[in-house]
Write a protein that binds this ligand. Structure first.
Ligand SMILES: Nc1ncnc2c1ncn2[C@@H]1O[C@H](COP(=O)(O)OP(=O)(O)OP(=O)(O)O)[C@@H](O)[C@H]1O
Length: 591
């Protein structure tokens, strides 16, 4: 409800202004005929309701101004019990309207003849003046209502901002902080009262707020160092300019601490999907490995997982994490061979802003930091350059790490699991891998066997991946023909489970009802072209010899090194291998 009392100070000021200009007494009443403002004798009656107020009643009811030259004698005065003894001289009464509704009235009261004459002689000019005064009052009412709405909206906005799980800092065009929510208080360990109104440049000269305001462009997920009483705090922040009428009027930053970003990544990587159940296999080897995982998961020591490419080393690393107490923390994997040597160090350790030429503003969070409270999996550790091996060794010895260019040392709270398919012992002997690091990493050795060493698992994996790709590719291939399955079971799978998975994907694409011989990839068909699917006992020696040589070459590869290893494994010399290769017309042996 609109009430004049809410702006009584303004109303009183208006009354006094009118009185001073016109040299009359002024009385302003609200819609309940209670005096809200008054001058002269009326001032003493502020807050009191009019005893009769018959003329004000009529003016408010009709919403029309009225000039009463002889109060007591006017037709409206007839109902007033004291109209015969009215001591007022001429009056002008003017309604105050707000959105068509009458919310009060202004009375100009005279007590002397001179005042009365003045009033009546200038009635037109006075009406115009009163119109402006009434309008001033209703504008103030509108402003007051708007202010009330703004206060409500601001409180709602404040409640929403405080309920958000991320820190929010907003500044106006000049960089003065206008909003600083609870989460921001927590992250920056500062009270919002201390921050609101302060200029961001004075607190954090390096912060990109002003740049965002100047350019009118924000950016996402940048790492920023915020200065706080307790030192610099690294936060991941997104900045957005605030526009009003197409002009930048400020900027807002959404900030998160690095740990919660790590947790977010963890939730995206779906920790629940990587437990032991995800590792398929019924062979004794796999069953034993799974038991081993449960034991390893209880400790915090480093694990070195060995095994050929595609055997499931990462899958086992994830299972160790998922079975451990750290399962609620992140699992962060990085492939040391896939990242250029020059970038690997900063990927692992991150860097402080300005720590080297070209260092991005705001620095960078490293994988060690992201993996805190969780597990860091360094795949292809054998490909780590020597200078980084030294640094990694120091981290493991000191149980702490620093960002490149950083002064603060961070306690290592991540478990380290590494993996490789390289011959680390040979590398140690050749001086390519640090022996001390090798021992630090190999506290718990874990070996994932090649698929050809656990052939019982092949048909299970074939069936599993067929179901999987039927669903993914929207196909309904029913299975493998006996002939195709025998070939797949006999194949040596040098690329292990990964190769098997890709093969089934390819076959499912190609096949309709069943996967047949001609749906198998050429590579497998060629290698096994000579393979007779009858039991080994009823085949010629030549056929078996050719098959054994091809399997060995398949495993070790066709390079000179591969051929040497294949020959050694077959127990024959390299020259004999070449002779037999030519005899059986194998690729790479024609010359
Ligand atoms: N026992 C298994 N059961 C189900 N899927 C498996 C199994 N082993 C491996 N895989 C699948 O095979 C693929 C390769 O596995 P993974 O990446 O863990 O191997 P890797 O040994 O770490 O390989 P690389 O040495 O190349 O890094 C993945 O898609 C994985 O899901």
């Amino acid at each position: 409800m609109v009430v004049l009392k809410d702006i009584s100070e303004t109303v009183q000021r208006v009354a006094e202004a009118i009185a001073a200009v016109l040299n009359v007494d002024v009385e302003i009443v609200d819609a309940d005929f209670v005096r809200v403002a008054g001058t002269g004798v009326a001032k003493k009656k502020i807050g009191l309701r009019m005893d009769y107020g018959v003329i004000n009643r009529e003016v408010q009811r009709r919403r029309q101004a009225l000039v009463v030259p002889e109060p007591g004698k006017h037709e409206y005065c007839i109902n007033c019990p004291i109209h015969e003894n009215c001591h007022y001289h001429a009056q002008i009464i003017y309604p105050i309207l707000y959105k068509e509704q009458c919310i009060g009235s202004i009375s100009l009261i005279t007590f002397t003849e001179e005042q009365e004459k003045n009033l009546l002689d200038n009635r037109d000019r006075l009406m115009d003046f009163l119109y402006r005064m009434a309008d001033l009052i209703s504008s103030k009412i509108a402003e007051n209502i708007l202010l009330g709405q703004v206060i409500v909206t601001t409180s709602e906005l404040q409640a929403v901002i405080n309920a958000v799980g991320q820190g929010i800092i907003a500044v106006d065009r000049q960089g003065n902080i206008t909003h600083f929510n609870r989460m921001a208080e927590k992250l920056l360990q500062t009270e919002s009262e201390e921050m609101i109104g302060k200029n961001i440049e004075a607190i954090n000269p390096e912060s990109p707020f002003m740049q965002v305001i100047e350019k009118g462009q924000g950016y996402l997920e940048k790492e920023i160092l915020f200065k706080s009483r307790k030192g610099d705090i690294g936060l991941v922040s997104s900045f957005q300019p605030i526009f009003a009428n197409r002009e930048v009027v400020g900027a807002v930053a959404v900030i998160q601490d690095i740990k919660s970003v790590g947790k977010f990544i963890h939730s995206l990587t779906g920790h629940g999907n990587y437990g032991l159940d995800n590792i398929l296999g019924k062979s004794d080897l796999i069953i034993k490995l799974k038991q081993q995982v449960q034991k390893i998961a209880k400790s915090n020591s480093t694990v070195l997982i060995r095994g050929e490419s595609g055997t499931g080393k990462e899958l086992f690393a994830r299972a160790i994490h998922a079975e451990s107490e750290r399962r609620k923390g992140p699992f962060i994997a990085i492939n040391c061979a896939a990242i250029p040597e020059t970038l690997l160090e900063s990927e692992l350790f991150g860097f402080e802003e300005g720590s080297f030429t070209g260092a991005k503003k705001g620095g960078k969070v490293g994988k060690f930091e992201l993996a805190q409270q969780g597990t860091l999996f360094l795949d292809e550790i054998g490909d780590m350059p020597l200078h980084l091996q030294a640094k990694l060794l120091r981290v493991l010895e000191d149980k702490s790490f620093e960002r490149i260019g950083g002064l603060n040392s961070v306690k290592l709270e991540a478990r380290l699991i590494t993996a490789t398919n390289r011959d680390l012992e040979g590398m140690v002997q050749r001086g390519e891998f640090r022996e001390d690091l090798y021992y630090r990493l190999n506290v718990i050795p874990f070996v994932v066997p090649a698929l050809r060493e656990r052939t019982e698992d092949i048909s299970l994996l074939l069936g599993h991946f067929l179901d999987y790709y039927n669903t993914i590719l929207n196909k309904s291939v029913s299975g493998f023909t006996e002939e195709a399955e025998t070939v797949l079971l006999r194949y040596s799978w040098p690329g292990n489970v990964r190769e098997l998975q890709n093969t089934v994907e390819y076959c499912t694409h190609m096949a309709d009802a069943y996967i047949e011989m001609n749906h198998l990839p050429k590579r497998i068909r060629q290698t096994l072209a000579a393979v007779d699917t009858r039991p080994l006992g009823v085949r010629s020696l030549d056929t078996v010899e050719k098959e054994l040589i091809m399997n060995a070459l398949n495993y070790f590869g066709n390079s000179l090194e591969g051929k040497k290893n294949a020959a050694a494994a077959l127990g024959i010399g390299l020259t004999t291998l070449y002779r037999k290769g030519k005899k059986y017309d194998l690729a790479d042996f024609s010359n």
